[in-house]
Design a protein around this ligand. Structure first.
Ligand SMILES: [Zn+2]
Length: 217
């Protein structure tokens, strides 16, 4: 099965990507991993991507798409894959369709994790990270015994910039702007399936697997 996982920041996409890919026995391919691998190995694409990243600029689509193309051509992705973090925009989705068509194949399904903005803000803004050991706690879902102090190492907890309400709101705006048209694009192809991504992680995985069953997963 060839699928793409989409969802807003804070939807638990990374976690679901792991579980769903394991269930389907396909590689989980995330752009973050591909970027890191190319940069670490110093491939030509990695060197180019790094130039942009060092300058704090977005890596151009062309570079990203070429990295994805190389990754999808590897042996383990021949019979299927789960893409996480790509495509993010409609032009990227069009490029991916073309790339797969050139390989004589196509996407089977796009799985959308649906979660409303209030829930995302509640999840992310409650996160607290330990300065000592890096463990992530949550004021509501996974609180420490003493407020602001890590139970594991006694370190001080802080809120990362990424987890601040204003940063989250901005990321949600970017997601809505770039990804809503992407979701429409796949909807028109009849390949979109949305699942409720609220509640316990295990329940979301079960919903995802159930939803994919009718697509041959
Ligand atoms: Zn700690």
């Amino acid at each position: 099965m060839r699928l793409v996982l989409v969802g807003p920041p804070g939807a638990g996409k990374g976690t679901q990507a792991e579980f769903v890919a394991a269930h389907l026995a396909v590689p989980k391919i995330s752009t973050g991993d591909i970027f890191r691998a190319n940069v670490t190995l110093g491939t030509p694409l990695g060197v180019e991507a790094k130039r942009y990243m060092v300058a704090g600029l977005l890596v151009p689509d062309e570079v990203t798409i070429n990295m994805v193309a190389e990754r999808l051509a590897e042996n383990d992705a021949t019979d299927g894959f789960l893409l996480d973090g790509f495509p993010r925009t409609t032009p990227q989705a069009v490029a991916l369709d073309k790339l797969l068509a050139d390989l004589g194949t196509a996407l089977d399904v796009i799985l959308e994790l649906v979660v409303d903005e209030d829930e995302v803000i509640r999840r992310l803004s409650g996160r607290r990270t330990c300065r000592g050991c890096g463990k992530i706690w949550h004021v509501e879902f996974d609180p420490t015994t003493r407020e602001g102090v890590c139970d594991r190492c006694g370190g001080e907890l802080f809120q990362r910039d990424d987890d601040k309400a204003e940063t989250i709101a901005e990321r949600m705006r970017v997601y809505a702007r770039d990804t809503a048209p992407l979701i429409d694009y796949y909807g028109t192809q009849g390949k979109l399936v949305g699942i409720d991504a609220t509640g316990p992680v295990e329940d979301i995985t079960v919903r995802a697997i159930d939803a994919l069953r009718s697509y041959g997963g």
